[in-house]
Design a protein around this ligand. Structure first.
Ligand SMILES: [Fe+2]
Length: 308
């Protein structure tokens, strides 16, 4: 675990958890205004500040100016990997949006993002509270209603009894009790994928020796964000994948996952190579021309059959 010391003062009674802002500055600003209005004691951020919408630089600068403690998400880890000029993602068109963010962020912001801790211990004592982007030590873990007993055991193995663990990553609010521990998955500030287009964040309130969680949704200028996204250099540089992010923002539904399912069906060679995750621009463009989003059912991470 990256942090063994409580990040928040011991008297903290309410915490707002922002996560998966994904470069959406209008959603972030609306959520911050809502937090001030509700007089929440503390604000933290659970990773994936960047990529997907077009304003990663502005989001990072706002979060840093406010001194909000953050964990590192998988999208910040990708920046660290791209620091190696030989990283294979530089030659793969499906990483074009991340290439663009890497170039636009200054060296100092990039270093700050890549050095963020994997896990933050927010409060200890009688109401321990821990936060990691997906799960401690794994920034892409899918913690869902399909978790097995073994999954839960490994998730809480290194944590104290009675802990509240906050995860994010799937852009879909969900909570579950397991043997006196509470797992809460945050909604997404900047790229909701649960069908509700409003920005989402989590409010935790201290109740004696535990935390009570609820999601909060905030309307914001989505039309303005979509219009600015469409006119941005990020959109132009990001190709098919940037357009899929734009569609996800527009609809609050998953487009990337069904697109890659479709892409893998477009060529026998690709279908037979499930380990291949990098594609050239022509392959993406060809798959996009025959992609029909309506043919794919809405993806819910907690639905049976979606556990991997
Ligand atoms: Fe995310």
């Amino acid at each position: 675990m990256s942090s063994f010391y409580p990040t928040l003062p011991s008297g903290t009674r309410s915490v707002a958890v922002l996560a998966d802002i994904h470069g959406n500055i209008r959603a972030l600003n609306a959520v911050l205004d809502d937090i001030v209005r509700r007089k929440i004691d503390a604000v933290v951020c659970n990773g994936d500040l960047i990529t997907s919408s077009a304003h990663s630089v502005e989001v990072v600068q706002r979060i840093r100016q406010l001194g909000i403690p953050c964990t590192r998400g998988n999208h910040e880890r990708y920046l660290q990997e791209l620091a190696d000029p030989a990283d294979e993602k530089w030659g793969q068109a499906n990483w074009a949006p991340t290439h663009h963010d890497f170039r636009m962020l200054n060296t100092d912001d990039r270093q700050w993002l890549t050095e963020l801790p994997d896990t933050l211990w927010l409060c200890d004592g009688h109401a321990p509270l821990v936060m990691a982007h997906a799960a401690p030590g794994n920034d892409v873990a899918r913690v869902t209603a399909q978790n097995t007993e073994e999954d839960w055991l490994s998730l809480f193995a290194d944590l104290p009894d009675g802990v509240t663990l906050v995860g994010s990553h799937l852009h879909w609010y969900w909570r579950s009790q397991w043997r006196g521990n509470l797992f809460v998955r945050t909604p997404s500030v900047g790229l909701p994928l649960d069908g509700d287009k409003r920005a989402g964040y989590l409010i935790l309130r201290r109740r004696e020796n535990s935390w009570w969680a609820e999601q909060q949704r905030v309307g914001y200028d989505l039309a303005g964000e979509l219009a600015a996204f469409r006119l941005s250099d990020y959109y132009r540089a990001g190709g098919v994948i940037a357009h899929l992010f734009w569609e996800e923002l527009r609809t609050a539904r998953w487009w990337i996952i069904p697109f890659f399912s479709h892409l893998r069906q477009t060529s026998a060679e690709i279908a037979l190579s499930p380990g291949v995750t990098g594609f050239d621009a022509e392959t993406l463009q060809t798959a996009w021309q025959t992609f029909d989003h309506a043919q794919f059912p809405d993806y819910c991470p907690d639905a049976p059959g979606n556990h991997r």
